[in-house]
Design a protein around this ligand. Structure first.
Ligand code: GAF
Length: 390
């Protein structure tokens, strides 16, 4: 653990003690993520390739055996929220507490005898930036309760339960990528994940050793229609799979794409969605093989192609994300694309180390010229997945 995360863990434990009157049983951390490639493929049983950020949700937790769940967050101004585990019900909570409470609900629904907890949380994952702050919150609670209740669940199982909490308890129809990234990523690696069976391969991804950097550019924009649009894309993909007679779009072979698109007749919108998903799965496989053969710089054009597909076919980009990508590429980046669900949030930029200052400056100037808020730019180093820190 780095000195700063040790300090965060210490501060979170101290605050826990002030709030609840005794030291926590332990402190856990779970990271946010960026996705290198493989966007909007996870709810199509396809491939994704996220890696964990150094930014984490940290939770100090003690077990309780009286059916009471107490929740507090350093990031939300408010008192301790007290709930009863027997009363937890999907859709009943519209506050931040729905994420941790949803995990308790999902564990109990799956038959695990979780009888309560005291929780204090603090997160360094930027909220609303498309970097999985919600998944980090869910996974850190799932891991803490797994340890405290001796449930023996593996990372992918914690991810599934966290996704269920978000799908059913919170009511957001997300895929499995973010929770699995938070639970299963390893430092120095990107996670090549098959979202159909959750089989995984850790792909070494050490850009610094090769003189490159990956920047995250948080546009600090979140378009309000994002949630409804996500659900619509998902429904469109399911319609495409049904029209093509496959379980999921992952089952449409890349080599048969033209024939599949022709079979969609006048379903123009579905055709665009299908084309994105099938080509994106193919891009993930090409990125994996380039990385495994040591040809890291060659992934740049695939990132740009992925962005174009998300912008024109899947239509989940926005002017601010396009501005980051266009400006970075014009300023000499190796590649760039939006990352995460879209409609705002963050983009990633792959660049030679020496070009970081000029590319950052070009993006900041472009935002200023467009009258936009200065974006937040930081380097993303592939970091550890969820773990106990104290
Ligand atoms: C969001 C969702 F939570 C993920 O499951 C995934 O679908 C992503 O958007 C798009 O790739 O982060």
């Amino acid at each position: 653990m780095s000195e700063s995360s040790a300090a965060v863990a210490g501060a979170v434990a101290e605050r826990f003690e002030e709030l609840y009157g005794s030291a926590p049983d332990g402190v856990w951390a779970a990271p946010g993520r960026v996705n290198l490639i493989g966007e909007h493929t996870d709810y199509n049983d396809g491939f994704v390739m996220p890696f964990a950020l150094p930014h984490t949700a940290v939770a100090a937790v003690s077990r309780r055996d009286d059916g009471v769940l107490r929740l507090h967050s350093a990031d939300i101004d408010g008192p301790v929220v007290e709930l009863t585990v027997d009363d937890l019900a999907p859709g009943s909570d519209k506050r931040w507490t729905a994420y941790p409470a949803g995990v308790v609900w999902a564990l109990r629904e799956a038959g695990h005898a979780v009888t309560g907890a005291d929780v204090h949380l603090a997160s360094t994952v930027p909220a609303g930036a498309g970097l999985s702050s919600s998944a980090a919150l869910e996974v850190v609670i799932a891991l803490a309760l797994n340890d405290l209740y001796g449930l023996g669940l593996r990372g992918w199982q914690l991810a599934r339960l966290s996704q269920r909490a978000e799908n059913v308890y919170v009511g957001a129809p997300v895929g499995i990528m973010d929770q699995t990234a938070s639970a299963c990523c390893e430092a120095g690696h990107a996670l090549f994940l098959d979202t159909r069976d959750l089989s995984q391969r850790q792909i070494p991804f050490d850009l610094a050793a090769e003189g490159m950097r990956l920047l995250v550019v948080d546009t600090r924009v979140k378009h309000s229609h994002s949630e409804g649009e996500y659900g619509k894309r998902r429904e469109g993909c399911e319609k495409g799979a049904a029209l093509l007679g496959v379980d999921a779009l992952r089952d449409v072979p890349y080599d048969d794409l033209d024939a599949a698109l022709a079979r969609l007749g006048d379903e123009e919108e579905v055709r665009r969605l299908v084309r994105h998903v099938v080509t994106e799965d193919h891009r993930v496989e090409r990125v994996v093989s380039l990385l495994e053969s040591g040809d890291t710089r060659a992934i740049g054009p695939l990132l740009i192609e992925g962005h174009t597909s998300l912008r024109d076919d899947f239509r989940v980009s926005c002017p601010e994300l396009d501005l980051v990508v266009d400006t970075a590429v014009t300023a000499g980046a190796l590649g760039a694309r939006m990352t995460g669900g879209g409609f705002g949030g963050s983009a990633i930029v792959l660049t030679e180390e020496q070009d970081v200052p000029s590319i950052t400056k070009a993006i900041e100037e472009a935002f200023a010229a467009a009258g936009l808020k200065t974006p937040r730019v930081f380097e993303a180093v592939p970091s550890a997945g969820a773990r106990r820190v104290r």
